[in-house]
Each structure stands twice: as structure tokens, then as C-alpha cells.
Design a protein around this ligand. Structure first.
Ligand SMILES: Nc1ncnc2c1ncn2[C@@H]1O[C@H](COP(=O)(O)OP(=O)(O)O)[C@@H](O)[C@H]1O
Ligand SMILES: [Mg+2]
Length: 328
């Protein structure tokens, strides 16, 4: 399979809160490490990327440099529309540019306009020749898309518009966007999921939605937040047995002279430690079953461990990127 990083656009989506922004940042970082010039795109007034990389929050609509070869932008549909109008018509009067009502007018005329304008801006970021002649070009655009249903709405906006406006510059642009989204060698689709039943089901539904809407399938599913499988079943049995909770528990009395204070407390600690080990083991096994559910499909499945840190800072994202790099 052609590597995800060799596309023009990678769309990252999945259920809310599963780690889309974290994974989009890690994919951007991985691309930059491999020598590509990449930009991570946020939408819906989100501006988390600059802070994740230790910068002050960026201004929406502007491209922020995060580090060597890696930038981010939070799309401002108002500004994107004005840029598009300028690119279409060459000259847009200062009065139009200054009035914030332009977008509302356009959006009111056509539902889904905001999504289309955002997608057009994303298309523009993939182009070698940018609207602004001095703007840099990117090898890879990573879209930190909204959650599944909204993401499908956004990806379907060129089709919706293409059927409203059949000729003219908007129709032409909608067609170019469709080509970008539908051609496997140009756009890759990644679902992020937690190893839970519901999140995995939503990832599989996304797969069906993509096929129905764009004739595409997921290229990869990233299973985020995996717990390590620390013990083999034999090891776990040993832990449980030696904690006094095993099958022969209570059989052997403590050795003579050991009935001092502290022995009882020690047994309690050992028992809770064994219970904790058992719980984590059971959960890890359940998560593993969810992974197996995904592995039966055609897409690449990559696991990302749960990171035990106070927050996902740059070193934590670096670790995730490194992990993904082994698969992508
Ligand atoms: N592998 C991970 N290990 C630990 N915490 C994570 C991991 N991935 C994401 N998180 C945390 O989970 C929360 C949700 O992640 P985020 O990337 O914002 O999800 P989304 O963009 O899907 O809403 C954040 O607080 C993030 O720091
Ligand atoms: Mg997010």
C-alpha cells in the first residue's frame, strides 16, 4: 500500500475525544521528521496545535510555524471565503473585505457553505501554487477533522454543492475538490478509535459511510490508549496464588511467630496488588479483542499505547509519532 505520508491530504476522524487531535499532530510530526513540509489543519474554532507545541495560541485563519517543516492553521471560514473570492475574481473591493456580513450572506444562501469553504481552503493548502503567490507550499496536509458524522458532512459538501451549482467557478472548484477526496493516491483516510466496543463500532460505521459517500475505504485505523499486556496467564496465576487469594488460600497458617502486627497489613496490600493486576490484565485482554475485531478488515491497524503523563506535551506526541512511524 502506498504510504499515507505520500498523499497530498490525510483526513483524521473518529468518535469525539478518542485522540484525533493528538494523532493528527503526531502524523504531522512524523511527516516533518521524514523531511516533508507538513501542515495540520484544525476546524471549528479549534486552535490546540500551537499550544501542544509550546507556542502561544495562534490567530484563526493564519498559518503558524510550529517547528522546522511543520505548521498549523485553524480555518476561519470568513477569511477563507474572502481569499477564495479574491482568487476567483481578482479584485474584491475593500468594503466587501471589511464587512463581516459577506459570509453570512453566502452561508444563508446555501446550507453547507461553511463546510465547502473550509474544504476549498484545505484544497488550496495542498496546491503547489498558492492563492497568495509568496505563501509556501506543503507536501502533506493533515486534517484534524470533526467527529465522524460532521466529518462525513464536510467531506460530502463538494458533492452537495456540485449538484446545486452545475456550471461556473464554484462548480469547477467543487469538482476539483471531489477529485482530491476520491483519488486514493491523493487523499488518505484515518480513523482514530479507543479500544472500546462503541468506538470501534463507530470506526466501522465510518468505513461504510466513506464507501457510500466517496467510494473510498479507510486506509488505517489507529487504536489509541492501549494498555500493555504485562503478564502472561501463567504469571498472573502465580501473582494471584502468592497473594493468598489463590485456590489454596487459607490452607497454610502463617508460620509460628509471624503473627505480629504488619503481617496482616502486608497480606492486604498483596491481595489488592493482585486484584489490580487482574483488573488491568482483563481490560488489556478486552482491548486486544477489539484490536482483533479490526484486524479482520482490509485497512492497516496501528496501536498507540496509553501515555501515562500529566498531559500530552511535545515529548509525549514525539513518542506517539515514533510508534506510528513503525506502521505508517
Ligand atoms: N495515547 C494517549 N494516552 C494518554 N492520553 C491521551 C492519549 N491520546 C490522547 N490523550 C488525551 O485524551 C484527551 C483527548 O484527546 P484529543 O486528541 O483531544 O481527542 P479528540 O481530538 O478526538 O477530541 C486529551 O486530553 C489527550 O491529551
Ligand atoms: Mg480534537
Amino acid at each position: 500500500m502506498q504510504s499515507l505520508l505520500e498523499r497530498e491530504l490525510v483526513v483524521v476522524t473518529g468518535k469525539g475525544g478518542v485522540g484525533k487531535t493528538t494523532i493528527a499532530a503526531a502524523i504531522g510530526l512524523l511527516a516533518a521528521h521524514r523531511g516533508l513540509r507538513a501542515i495540520v489543519v484544525e476546524v471549528g474554532d479549534q486552535t490546540r496545535l500551537p499550544e501542544l507545541f509550546g507556542h502561544p495560541p495562534g490567530q484563526t485563519g493564519a498559518e503558524n510555524k510550529l517547528q522546522e517543516r511543520l505548521s498549523s492553521i485553524s480555518i476561519d471560514p470568513d477569511r477563507a471565503l474572502l481569499e477564495w473570492l479574491q482568487a476567483l475574481g481578482g479584485r474584491v473591493s475593500g468594503r466587501v473585505l471589511a464587512s463581516s456580513g459577506t459570509f453570512q450572506y453566502f452561508a444563508a444562501a446555501a446550507p453547507g457553505a461553511k463546510e465547502l469553504v473550509s474544504m476549498v481552503k484545505i484544497w488550496e493548502l495542498t496546491q503547489g501554487r498558492r492563492w497568495q503567490r509568496r505563501a509556501v507550499g506543503y507536501d502533506l496536509v493533515v486534517l484534524d477533522a470533526p467527529a465522524t458524522g460532521n466529518a462525513l458532512g464536510m467531506l460530502g459538501s463538494p458533492q452537495t454543492f456540485g449538484s446545486i451549482a452545475r456550471v461556473g467557478p464554484i462548480a469547477g472548484q467543487a469538482q476539483r475538490l471531489r477529485e482530491l477526496l476520491e483519488e486514493p493516491e491523493r487523499t488518505g483516510y484515518v480513523a482514530v478509535t479507543l479500544p472500546t466496543d462503541m468506538a470501534v463500532t463507530e470506526a466501522l460505521e465510518l468505513q461504510d459511510g466513506l464507501r457510500a459517500q466517496l467510494g473510498r475505504t479507510l486506509d488505517a485505523v489507529i487504536v489509541n490508549g492501549l494498555l500493555p499486556q504485562r503478564f502472561t496467564p501463567a504469571e498472573l496465576r502465580l501473582i494471584v496464588e502468592s497473594s493468598g487469594d489463590g485456590p489454596d488460600a487459607g490452607g497454610s497458617a502463617p508460620p509460628a511467630g509471624a503473627r505480629r502486627r504488619g503481617v496482616a497489613a502486608d497480606a492486604v496490600v498483596r491481595r489488592s496488588a493482585a486484584q489490580a493486576a487482574q483488573t488491568v490484565h482483563d481490560r488489556a485482554r478486552f482491548q486486544h479483542n477489539q484490536l482483533q475485531r479490526l484486524r479482520r478488515r482490509s485497512f492497516e491497524v496501528a496501536g498507540v499505547p496509553f501515555v501515562w503523563a500529566a498531559g500530552m506535551d511535545l515529548p509525549a506526541i514525539e513518542r506517539v509519532a515514533e510508534q506510528l512511524g513503525r506502521k505508517l
